[in-house]
Design a protein around this ligand. Structure first.
Ligand code: FAD
Length: 692
């Protein structure tokens, strides 16, 4: 008998599936950062290392692994802090591990006398972070199979674990990663030590939640593993060596270049989260008509880079720290004179990964590699105390580090960054005793900032638009104005592009031409992150968008796209945008463009505005939604897609609740049913959020 075409297709699919199963998808795996090895530099890089965690622990003499699932770096930072603390206070042999770098089939053979920590952030709509996807899919798989034991025999009964989650209660699926992983590990027979902790970014208590969770956890762990606490001594994780043999002008020294190819001057793709593209800014302008605030529109040119985007994606901008803050920090730790001294940084142990390429300089590390402007953590203050210039300062630091309320009052509320704090507490005395390694361990690696792309890839596939409000936070009682790192960098770039004499209105002194002037001519390092925030594939479907302030960014792209589709004769459905700002004269974003697109879309587009400050009683997009309840409900019944973008803390949650109320009132169902309908809309992607 001969096979017909369908059989052949079925067989081919089965065969591919089988190969995928046995190769664990290696043939399909996206190539990991090809330049990662340039980061390795004597420490454990990504390449060439075993994916077998048990082997890795065994050969490096570890009895404690701290896995992290991290998107923005906080979970990774907490993992490092736990590793250090476990080692210095309890003598554990610790290592941190990026979840994406290991396989998990052999977790059933995890030795009983060792311990695994899981520090897991929840991302977006209850999803794992990018680096935790594979792990999560593996353990949650219907037929999860370990190398020796089967699912029925409680395969993980040897595994002792500790769990902490990082989440945000303003999202529907609060801390769902740690909850799900915890549930699954328990189900598979593993034994949790201590409580599964949960930190809440939404309430702004992440750090305190973490600190409050970890003490009882350490107690429980000491009991379970028979550990004895000792006086914590600082053990550096990295060795920092000053290189008399090198000088900063030599071409092997990294001065902010993200990897080897960039250093050697022939940066090449694929461009991704490990390898930014140095993109020209094709055009930029100010969107506000308000002397006290800035909002930037930028067109980033990605032609020829092989980068691509689709409408609704995000672009990541790689920032560097303002020169003013770099100077402040180098000064207070008495490294100003040595700022250009070349240093090599090496992990003192095979599992310690140096988070940036070396050899480099003190200046470069502070400017391009570490998040030096961010709020300071209380635990870091305690750690720094021992390196205070004198006993009085040491005592002050210990007090601040040990007292939650005092810390909130004296540090957090004052918006100090690390340099400001050190200078404040020591009254300007230099802190020359702090080992440089401690900064690499105690400060986060600087993170790219994401922006919702505000253009349509159908209309301008090679130009990515950004709509960014420039962060400038002034708090009564705080001695400093917080200037957002990335947005003020972008502001300087915009001013430079416009030939302004002073592209530095706030004296921030950014190195806008980049390392060795490689970013001159107005360039910015970027990469693209694909998102699930997408228009319906059928343009005739109606859409409702809610995007106040810069939340309007992706909707500019959506409307631009639909206007183009209408112009080329496609049938485009009703398109409603709820936009809010203070008033129509100062911060009404893209006012003229909406008018143009209204005419392109022949009455199918409607902009509903809420100007909060134009009348006595404040009016927000939420109020406008209520006014249009009947129409919104009708459109939803016609399967309209509903989108929300912008402020996660208040607006997005309120819109969710109002929509549930609208549905309940308009359809005559109870409140709970209204909420369930919204939930199921989310589950089926009819309701999509892009919030931050
Ligand atoms: P940062 O330096 O990161 O500071 C941010 C905030 O942190 C400050 O405003 C302040 O509140 C606080 N802070 C910083 N330092 C301190 C300190 N020492 N003490 C106390 N508080 C401090 N933004 C847009 O404008 N447009 C967009 O389209 C957009 N889209 C986004 C999409 C996604 C998916 C995400 C995750 C975020 C998006 N954002 C967008 C936000 C953007 O990524 C940045 O967070 C924002 O621009 C601020 O970056 P920054 O580096 O200028 O500020």
């Amino acid at each position: 008998a001969s096979l017909d075409t369908l059989d052949i297709i079925v067989l081919a699919v089965l065969l591919l599936g089988t190969i995928a199963y046995f190769t664990k998808g290696t043939y399909w795996a996206v190539q990991k950062d090809p330049y990662a090895s340039s980061m390795a530099n004597g420490s454990a890089g990504k390449s060439g290392k075993s994916r077998n965690i048990l082997e890795r622990m065994e050969e490096s003499g570890k009895n404690c692994v701290i896995f992290y699932g991290s998107q923005t770096g906080t979970a990774e930072d907490y993992a490092s802090r736990l590793a250090k603390e476990g080692s210095s206070r309890f003598g554990l042999k610790t290592m941190t591990a990026d979840l994406e770098e290991y396989d998990y089939e052999n977790l059933d053979q995890f030795p009983e006398d060792k311990i695994a920590f899981f520090v897991l952030a929840t991302y977006g709509e209850g999803e794992p972070t990018d680096n935790a996807v594979e792990f999560y899919e593996f353990i949650k798989g219907d037929d999860v199979s370990f190398s020796e034991k089967s699912a029925e025999e409680s395969p993980l009964s040897n595994l002792k674990y500790v769990a902490f989650g990082l989440g945000n209660n303003t999202y529907e699926h609060y801390n769902s990663m740690v909850r799900e992983v915890n549930k699954t590990l328990t189900k598979l027979g593993a034994q949790r030590i201590g409580d599964a902790g949960e930190g809440d970014d939404g309430a702004g208590t992440m750090e305190e939640d973490f600190l409050a969770w970890k003490e009882p956890m350490w107690t429980a762990l000491s009991e379970a593993m028979n550990l004895e606490e000792r006086e914590a001594v600082y053990e550096p994780v990295y060795e920092v060596t000053e290189r008399e043999d090198l000088d900063a002008s030599q071409e092997t020294v990294y001065l902010g270049e993200p990897n080897k190819n960039h250093l050697e001057g022939h940066s090449k793709g694929p461009y991704n989260a490990h390898n930014p593209y140095i993109a020209p800014i094709a055009e930029s302008h100010e969107l506000f008509n308000d002397k006290t605030r800035n909002c930037l529109h930028m067109e980033i040119d990605i032609a020829g880079s092989n980068l691509s985007y689709t409408t609704g994606d995000h672009i990541a901008v790689w920032p560097n720290n303002a020169g003013r803050e770099v100077d402040r920090l180098l000064d207070v730790v008495d490294l100003s004179k040595k700022r250009d001294t070349v240093i090599s940084v090496k992990g003192l142990d095979a599992t310690a990964k140096v988070p940036f390429p070396t050899p480099t300089t003190y200046d470069t590390v502070m400017r391009y590699q570490l998040e030096i402007c961010a709020p300071v953590s209380r635990q870091f203050v305690s750690t720094l105390a021992q390196f205070a210039p004198n006993d009085e300062v040491k005592e002050k630091m210990n007090k601040l580090g040990g007292d939650k309320d005092l810390f909130a009052e004296e540090v957090a509320k004052k918006n100090f960054n690390i340099a400001q704090l050190l200078a404040h507490v020591s009254n300007g005395q230099k802190w020359e005793k702090i080992p440089f390694s401690l900064f690499i361990e105690g400060l986060n690696k600087i993170q790219p900032r994401y922006y919702s792309i505000s253009s349509s890839s159908l209309v301008q596939k090679d130009k990515v638009s950004i709509t960014a409000i420039v962060e400038s936070v002034e708090v009564p009682g705080a001695p400093h104005v917080v200037k957002g790192v990335t947005t003020n960098y972008l502001l300087s770039l915009m001013l430079k592009q416009h030939g302004e004499e002073n592209p530095d209105p706030h004296g921030l002194n950014y190195a806008i031409t980049g390392p060795r002037n490689k970013y001159d001519g107005v360039h910015v390092p970027v990469h693209i992150r694909h998102s699930n925030f997408k228009l319906p594939s059928d343009p005739s479907k109606p859409i409702i968008m809610v995007g106040p302030g810069t939340g309007v960014a992706p909707f500019r792209g959506f409307v631009q796209e639909r206007a183009q589709q209408a112009k080329s004769g496609e049938n485009v459905g009703k398109t409603i945008l709820f936009f809010g700002c203070r008033n129509r004269t100062e911060d009404f974003l893209y006012k003229d463009e909406w008018e143009k697109w209204t005419s392109d879309l022949n009455g199918q587009f409607e902009l509903v505005t809420a100007f909060s400050r134009e009348q006595e009683k404040k009016v927000y997009v939420q109020n406008k939604l209520r006014e249009r309840a009947e129409e919104i409900n009708k459109l939803l019944e016609q399967k309209a897609y509903f989108y929300v973008c912008g402020d996660a803390a208040n607006m997005a949650r309120e819109v969710n609740d109002i929509l549930a109320q609208i549905i309940s009132e308009q359809r005559g169902v109870d409140k709970k049913k209204g909420e369930d309908i919204v939930k199921s809309m989310r589950a089926s992607n009819q309701y999509q959020e892009d919030v931050w």
